[in-house]
Design a protein around this ligand. Sequence first.
Ligand code: ZN
Length: 226
Amino acid sequence: MKKAVVLLSGGLDSTTCMAIAKHEGYEIYPISFDYGQRHNRELECAIAVAKYFDVENHKIIRMDNVGGSALTDENIDVPKYKGDGEIPVTYVPARNILFLSYALGYAEVIGAQAIFIGVSAVDYSGYPDCRPEFIKAFQNVVNEGTGAGVRGASIEIKAPLIYLTKADTIKLGLELDVPYQLTSSCYNGGAEACGQCDSCVLRLKGFEEAGSKDKIKYKKGIQMCD
Ligand code: ZN
């Protein structure tokens, strides 16, 4: 059976990628990161999602935190959604480069053919490491810098959501029975999502446009569609 490493944050996009990889016939090997996030909610969700998909092995990598982001430094506040095209302080420096590098090493060891990453360049926060240019550049790194690549059996970096809106991702996910109730997107963490950060706003907008209801809990006063 072909194998895929899936970057699993416990959020909506990466959980959709789990379902896509499974649907495409891959045996899935999720990998998650404890990188000094300001809350543990993400990792708890990642563990719950991995359990739901009944995977053999869920790898959790612990990394030192280099700071410099509202997601890793408690002294930097998580801003409310602006959508002004600027890179927000929730950007974690080089995060996807680091994550993909670990995933790549793991993929080589287990003989995986693909790595799935749930980035999107449509409804996103403007992070440079979520763009098609980055994925293409990293694919070159894989081809030129790994044993698998040099042997001509390179590992494919798959970003199936990259051109999808959040609503399209959710519609696709609902068709694949993605357990969105187990996921978490809020940058502030906690059992109830804030509904005001970039990630919450994009998620809520996505469910609304997909004509569906988000089943996770939000703080009181947050508008939900039915
Ligand atoms: Zn939030």
